[in-house]
Every structure is written in C-alpha cells, then in structure tokens.
Design a protein around this ligand. Structure first.
Ligand code: CTP
Length: 399
C-alpha cells in the first residue's frame, strides 16, 4: 500500500478541530511512505497545532494565509492547488466542508479547494450532532456529488464525552483511502449500484422478520468498486458497518424501501445485488401484539418484490447485472436457475451451510453463461477484489 504514495505530492489541509493533532501523525506516515507533503493550516487549525510542528514534520513551509506575500511570491494559490497529486483535508471540520460545498473562497484552504482540478479526499472529524445535522448531511452529499471523496468518521467516544459517529478514522484507514486514490481506476466514470445486508419486515412495532446477513460481503464489494474508480450507490439494510470511503450510502429497512432506493439510483452501469432480501413481509400490526390467551396470532405473509429480477428485466437495465445466491444444497443448479429467471449476467453462489453469515470467509462459485467456476474458500475481501477485477475486465472489453 505505501508504494501507492511513493513519489506523490500531497497537499494536506489541516482544519481546526481537536483531531488536528492526528494530522501530525498522518504527515509522518505519508513521508515514511515516500510522499512529499505540502501543509496548509487554517486559522482555526493553528489553534490546535502550531505551524512550527507541522512544518518540522513535513520538512516544508506551512502556508496559512491567502494574503501572505512571501507565499504568493514563491507559489501562488492557483499553482499550489495544482502542484499536488492529491488534496487531503484532515481533519475536515463541519465548517470547512460547508464552505467547500458552497463554493466559498474566503481563506486559503477554501480557495485552494475551489481552484483545484486535483482529486480531493476529506477526512471528517466533529461532534456527533454536527455530523448528523441535516445541514452537514446535505453538505456531504453535495461534496460527494461534486466528486470529492468524503470518508465516514468512526463511531465511538468523542473528546467532548458524547458517543457516536464523528471521530477521525484510524490512521491505517486514512492511509488506505489515500492509497486507493492512486490505484488503478478501471471503473472511473461508471456508476455501480450495490445492495447489502438483510431487510427487516415489521410484524408489529417491536418485532420483525429478518435474517443473519451481516452486510460484510456487500460492503466489501462497494469498497472495491469505489477503489476501482466507480461512483457507488450502496443501498444498505440494517447493519452496523461503517460506510466505505467514496461510497454514497442509502439506508433502508424493508424490501420495498430497498426496491424504491434501487429504482431511484438508476441509471447505473453495474448492479451487484448482494442483499439477503426477506422473501415475505407480514401484515404489520399498528400496536404491539399481546399474549391475550387466544393463542399465537396468525401471521399473514405476502411475497416481497424480487429486486434483482426487477433490475435484471428493467427498461433501464444496467450493462452488467450480478446477483448472489445463498443455498443450502444443489448450489450450482439453483444458482444457474436463478441467473436465468432473474435476468442476471452472473450469479455468485455460496453455500450458507458452511458458516458464512457474519464470517470474514466464504466459499463461492461464479456462475456465468459459460458455466460455474469454483473460486475456492477465500476471505470476503478477496471475493470483492476478484469480482471487481472481473467486472472491470468485462466492461472494458477484456473478457
Ligand atoms: N433478491 C432480491 N429480491 C428478493 C429476493 C432476492 O433482489 N426479494 C436477490 C438477492 O439479492 C440475490 C438473489 O436475488 O442477489 C438471490 O437471492 P436468494 O436469497 O439466494 O434467492 P431467492 O430469490 O430469495 O430464492 P430462494 O429463497 O427460493 O432460494
């Protein structure tokens, strides 16, 4: 992974937040990996780390002001914004993201972000309520729509004592997100739709029909597609997983919500439907069902729409549609039948008697029109990378 940043120039904008001190570790790590780091410190950032420490670690002049004559003389801000192979904003505060999303240019950091044609990676850190505020949600969506990669912050206890999403991601995750920016991007310009996780179908306000899907495989595929340069819409059922970098996530609960979110995400070039959609929904009671002595309540079940089949036979069908099949016997026969019936190009078949749910490993077969291929027992991450490499080769006419 460090090889990806070797010899690259990274413009690092350090925003004003308690996590700013971690930017110093990032500078050290990037330089260790062979990158040149040009540091920019916002006015508020300078309240948390000193220009001197940043400059000493980076081995470069720290730029802080739009109006610094010496900076302008040595390298103007337009030139500076283009001298880098990547701009990283760490920590990206709510304020800095709001200004970038609004196209403002009132200080050096925002001007650089507006003047650049270089890729931008934002690493947010802020109070949980600020992160969850609708204004920040809007700004993050806007930035992602503008092509900026915005990482999701980590969940956990915050410096302010509150708990939830808002912590700066761990250093290895930031380094991986930076490396991904320099990887091969064979799916650049393509839009991929991915479903992941289970769906929950309510029985009453407190109970639901669900399944054991953890969402790990779908999230790994979404991450691999994004790393390959695709714009990814991840429609996720109820799971506790962080959103992979560069992925736009739509959270849903039921199969019908998942179907609507998939429809709304079209057009797409690629659809990978990994979700374990509940096949049936109940006629949900409006109030909690009580044990009133008359025996168990009858559960009237209705079949849910088949989302994969809907996409596979859609008027705006993506060029490549990939489904999954979870089976407990006759793996290849069932998977091949699902491929034809649902209008999928490929089916990734896995035998779920082998303890796949929640595990990091799986044993899959890829079933295409040419027949099944045994991919053996591998980590879900490896299935994701292999599948994405295969998707890229197919769409780029190499297979
Ligand atoms: N799928 C879907 N919508 C459904 C059911 C399944 O989109 N209502 C998709 C899954 O995301 C997966 C594929 O169809 O890509 C196969 O799912 P699976 O659970 O293996 O099969 P089912 O169609 O549910 O068939 P069965 O339960 O009879 O095996």
């Amino acid at each position: 992974m460090p090889a990806a940043v070797l010899g690259k120039t990274i413009l690092l904008i350090v925003g004003g937040g308690i996590a700013a001190f971690k930017a110093l570790e990032l500078v050290r790590e990037l330089r260790r990996a062979g990158a040149r780091v040009l540091p920019v410190l916002t006015e508020n950032g300078a309240r948390f780390v000193t220009p001197l420490s940043l400059s000493a670690l980076a081995g470069e002049t720290v730029r802080t002001s739009l109006w610094d004559l010496e900076d302008e003389a040595s390298m103007g801000h337009i030139q500076l914004s283009r001298a880098a192979d990547l701009i990283v904003v760490c920590p990206a505060t709510a304020d800095l993201m709001a200004r970038a999303a609004g196209g403002q240019a009132g200080d050096l950091a925002s001007t650089l972000l507006l003047a650049t044609d270089t890729r931008v990676l934002m690493v947010p850190a802020m109070n949980v309520r600020m992160w969850l505020h609708p204004a920040t949600r809007r700004n993050v969506d806007r930035l992602r729509g503008d092509g900026v990669t915005v990482m999701d912050p980590d969940d956990g206890e915050m410096a302010c004592g509150e708990y939830g999403p808002g912590r700066l991601p761990e250093l290895p995750a930031i380094m991986a997100a930076i490396a991904a920016q320099f990887g091969d991007r064979p799916l650049a310009g393509r839009h991929a739709l991915v479903t992941a996780g289970p769906t929950h179908e309510p029985i009453d306000p407190v109970r639901f029909i669900g399944n054991h899907s953890s969402g790990k495989q779908g999230f790994a595929i979404a991450a691999a597609l994004a790393a390959a340069g695709a714009r990814v819409t991840l429609v996720a059922g109820p799971v506790h997983l962080p959103t992979p970098a560069g992925v736009t996530r739509v959270d849903v609960m039921t199969a019908r919500e998942m179907q609507a979110a998939c429809e709304a995400a079209l057009p797409a070039d690629i659809a990978v439907m990994v979700a374990a959609v509940a096949d049936w929904r109940a006629d949900a009671a409006g109030t909690k069902l009580k044990k009133d002595g008359s025996g168990p309540p009858p559960l009237i079940l209705t079949e849910n729409p088949d989302i994969l089949a809907g996409i596979g036979h859609h008027a705006r069908r993506p060029a490549l549609v990939v489904g999954f099949a979870a089976e407990t016997g006759d793996l290849i026969a069932h998977a091949s039948a699902k491929r034809t019936k649902k209008g999928a190009d490929w089916i990734v078949a896995n035998d779920v008697t082998e303890g796949v749910f929640g595990s990091d490993h799986t044993h899959v077969h890829l079933v295409t029109a040419a027949g099944p291929e045994d991919w053996g027992s591998t980590p879900k991450q490896a299935v994701a990378s292999r599948l994405v490499a295969r998707i890229a080769a197919h769409l780029n006419g190499q297979s």
